[in-house]
Write a protein that binds this ligand. Structure first.
Ligand code: AMP
Ligand code: ZN
Length: 466
């Protein structure tokens, strides 16, 4: 039975879709004002792992990811300027040009990391009417109020406010800094709609004059449009728990009274040298940075797979090097399994497959599942192991299908005994004489003595069976 950890209940719960066989899922997407850094990308690898797990379990997916191209202010709690406006000024481009540029690179990064795109990609700027409608309904429901700079959600109208982070709002606020906006009734009230000054580039007509949407209403409006009032899964990074997702819950549920999201799932943060990484601190890396240093984006994906999504992951280049080496070793082993015509006992395969599935069903335990793959490749070389690895790769997404049997096998400094060397020679002679039956017989004899023979572009390679 598939189990996912639900942030809302702080427990692992059995997962079943609300409706039939199709899972409805919303994932908070990027704010496209800059390149995604490797921390952001860890969160999208996490989203991808949820999606792959659901597919592996036989479910269909209806996934939505937003592209925030307006309204996300410098601080999540509605302070500061719109991130898009800042980037636009700094780079001397329109916010639309900025959005287009970084959205394009974002999807290129996802493709490099084998992250499948959700079925629906929803740009905030293409859903302004839905957002205005949403704010109007909240206004009609009497849960918002107007100030000189916008329309705000009144959290006192939603007694469960704080249910996701389990924060005691009053306690939290007692220690908080002085509120900048003294027109707000409560410091945690948040903007649904911001009124724009004439110089603000991105602005739309609305019942409250010209302005732009608040960041939180974007996700509520787009998830409701595509997935309805109640859907199965909402994913994002842990930083979204206390403000962004808390606010989404308040907007979604204050008028319906229904639980809008069945499973809230959050990916832990990536750190750099054990510290916080963020674009504003300037200690971030992009996929392009890693490529420039000679890494394959899949080295980074593999690096991420080694740590469970609910654990912090500290990024270092030593760690990435270790991942690269380990992935190389894996590839070498898989080349040999692929080249083999031998079979593996079905019972052995079934056992490995069962263990793998149990790991995945236990809240996507990919590190454990990788361990099972490493156990599998230690089996005597066989095409069945390669086939099994391909099946596992539906979760890992490491492109095992692109491994070519003809890829050069790295020389290992091993001494080949005389006896084996002369058998290899005899096999080469048999092949030269087109006596393939004899060549295969000799290969089998060599295998019995504990060695694999592999024909590669660079000649015959002989390696001991591990
Ligand atoms: P943003 O583009 O800033 O809206 O962030 C995109 C996603 O990346 C969000 O889901 C964040 O939760 C996530 N995120 C931001 N920083 C990190 C980090 N250091 N590690 C992992 N995820 C992060
Ligand atoms: Zn969101």
């Amino acid at each position: 039975m598939l189990k996912f950890y639900n942030t809302l209940t702080r427990t692992k719960e059995d997962f079943r879709p609300l409706n039939g066989n199709t899972v409805t899922m919303y994932s908070c997407g990027p704010t496209v004002y800059n390149y995604a850094h490797i921390g952001n990308l860890r969160t999208y690898i996490f989203m991808d792992l949820i999606r792959r797990t659901l597919k592996y379990e036989g479910y269909k997916l209806k996934g939505v990811m937003n592209i925030t191209d307006v309204g996300h202010l410098m601080a999540d709690s509605d302070d500061g300027e719109d991130k898009m406006a800042v980037a636009s000024r700094e780079q001397n481009k329109t916010p639309w040009e900025i959005a287009e540029q970084y959205t394009k690179v974002f999807f290129e990064d996802l493709a490099k990391l084998n992250i499948s795109k959700p079925e629906i990609i929803a740009k905030a700027t293409e859903h302004i009417p839905e957002m205005i409608d949403y704010v109007k309904s909240l206004e009609e429901g009497g849960v918002s109020y107007e100030t000189s700079d916008g329309i705000y959600f009144d959290i006192s109208k939603f007694p469960r406010y704080g249910c996701l982070s389990r924060a005691n709002i009053e306690e939290q606020l007692a220690g908080a800094r002085v509120e900048v906006n003294d027109e707000k009734r409560h410091p945690a009230d948040f903007a649904l709609w911001k009124k724009a000054d004439p110089l603000h580039i991105m602005q739309w007509d609305s019942p409250w004059g010209k302005g732009y949407p608040g960041w939180h209403i974007e996700c509520s409006a787009m998830s409701r449009k595509y997935l309805g009032e109640c859907f199965d899964i909402h994913s994002g990074g842990v930083d979204h728990i206390p403000i962004h997702h808390e606010n989404e819950i308040a907007q979604n549920e204050v008028l319906t009274g229904k639980q809008s999201v069945r499973f809230w799932m959050h990916g832990e943060f990536m750190l750099v040298n054990n510290g916080k990484m963020s674009k504003s601190l300037g200690n971030t890396y992009t996929i392009a940075d890693l490529e420039k240093k000679g890494y394959d984006p899949l080295d980074f994906r593999f690096f991420c797979l080694n740590t469970h999504y609910r654990k912090k992951l500290n990024f270092t280049f030593e760690g990435l090097d270790a991942a690269k080496t380990s992935r190389e070793r894996l590839t070498q082993a898989l080349i040999q399994h692929k080249a083999s015509s031998a079979a593996t006992d079905k019972a052995v395969i079934d056992k490995l497959r069962g263990e793998f599935r149990r790991a995945i069903e236990d809240d996507i335990n990919v590190p454990l599942a990788l361990g099972i793959l490493f156990t599998a490749i230690k089996e005597p070389k066989s095409k069945d192991i390669y086939e099994l690895a391909l099946e596992f790769d539906k979760i890992f997404g490491l492109s095992f299908d692109k491994i070519k049997a003809s890829e050069t096998v790295k020389e290992e400094a091993v001494e080949i005994p005389e006896e084996i060397a002369s058998l290899v020679k005899a096999r080469a002679e048999a092949k030269a004489a087109k006596n393939y039956a004899l060549a295969d017989e000799i290969r089998a004899e060599i295998a019995k003595k504990g060695y694999n023979v592999l024909d590669t572009r660079d000649g015959v390679k002989v390696t001991p069976v591990k």
